[in-house]
Ligand binder design. Structure first.
Ligand code: GRF
Length: 327
């Protein structure tokens, strides 16, 4: 089973390469700057002579090689995965890794594999990206960092860098400049991605999406915090609030209604890493569900939102939801 990220330590990443490994080097050196949120725990390759392996060794990073020749995709994936898990990796960062990962592999690491692709996605998926951009007469080429999903070069794009195409550029000359841009882009995109669990903007955006997906809801600020209400703009009632270290709390949290003080105190006492009693709101039975923690499960947050919504919504709306649940 893949290692899960923890909130306090630095994230542990394994980098998979097949070639020169200049992106790997950029990420590795960035990891050694003050405040970098990740450590490189392994550099692994399917090519025994990948240039990047030497550099990693020189820098004291554990390396692993498993040639794909004569192995099925699943055997190759299994070997690479085992090495990454043993090294304690929580994220896999593909940097010029020229093998397509199997669907099962990607599913097991859902949302925890990143890749860099040398084009401004969604343009030019696949190979020969620079030649295609030049051929098309594009003004810019570039690179994109994206989350790896089962479909090739199709996961969410996290960050992009644009590079102007010069008159007379060849794929080689363009690729050199795109790589310079990649070396700036990739370390930062990895850092942002592994840190997003403690980023209030990311957490709020995610929460907002879930809250506003419930029937007849809208957002309204309350005492300086964003809140979510159910019902009409005029008569609606709050069923959730977002609290970003409000009232002296260290937590970024969702505040939702419990059934009352007994349940609230019980949750806080038995699961203090997940729940706390918020200032002011706690007095009326609202619990704080901590969002900035490593084992956060968004399904659990969605359940709390729905429960609090049900406890607040007028009967005409809860009836609709009950009816939908029958199917
Ligand atoms: C980069 O251009 C990257 O966009 C692509 O493969 C190349 C890897 O280069 N996926 P390097 O091995 O990091 O030098």
């Amino acid at each position: 089973m893949a290692n899960q990220p923890t909130s306090t330590d630095k994230a542990k990443i394994a980098i998979f390469i097949s070639g020169g490994g200049t992106n790997m080097a950029a990420i590795l050196y960035a990891s050694r700057l003050p405040d970098a949120p990740y450590d490189v725990v392994l550099v692994a390759s399917n090519m025994p002579d990948a240039g990047g392996l030497k550099l990693a060794e020189l820098e004291g990073i554990p390396t692993y090689v498993h040639s794909h020749k004569g192995h099925s995709r699943s055997a190759q994936d299994a070997a690479m995965e085992q090495a990454a898990v043993q090294a304690g990796a929580q994220y896999l960062v593909l940097a010029g890794y020229m093998r397509i990962l199997s669907e099962e592999f990607v599913r097991r690491w859902d949302g925890r594999i990143l890749n860099i692709h040398p084009s401004l996605l969604p343009k030019y998926k696949g190979l020969d990206t620079h030649a295609r951009a030049i051929e098309a007469g594009d003004s810019h080429a570039g690179a994109s960092v994206h989350v790896v999903t089962a479909e090739l070069d199709a996961g969410d794009v996290l960050a992009q860098a644009k590079v102007a195409i010069a008159l007379g550029d060849t794929p080689e000359s363009l690729s050199e400049r795109v790589k310079l841009a990649e070396h700036q882009l990739y370390p930062r995109a990895v850092a942002d991605y592994v840190s997003r669990g403690s980023d209030p903007d990311f957490l709020f955006a995610k929460l907002r999406g879930l809250a506003l997906a419930l029937p007849e809801t809208h957002e309204r600020e309350s005492h300086g915090s964003p809140g979510f209400r159910v019902g009409t703009q005029k008569t609606g009632k709050y069923f959730a609030y977002f609290s970003d270290r409000h009232h002296g709390s260290e937590h970024i949290a969702l505040l939702v209604k419990t059934s009352g003080m007994d349940e609230l105190l019980n949750l806080v006492e038995t699961q203090p890493e997940t729940y706390y009693k918020p200032a002011f709101y706690g007095a009326s039975g609202w619990v704080g569900v901590i969002l900035n923690r490593a084992d956060l499960d968004w399904d659990h947050i969605a359940e709390w939102l729905e429960r609090s919504w049900r406890a607040t919504a007028p009967a005409r709306l809860t009836k609709l939801l009950d009816a939908a649940d029958q199917f």
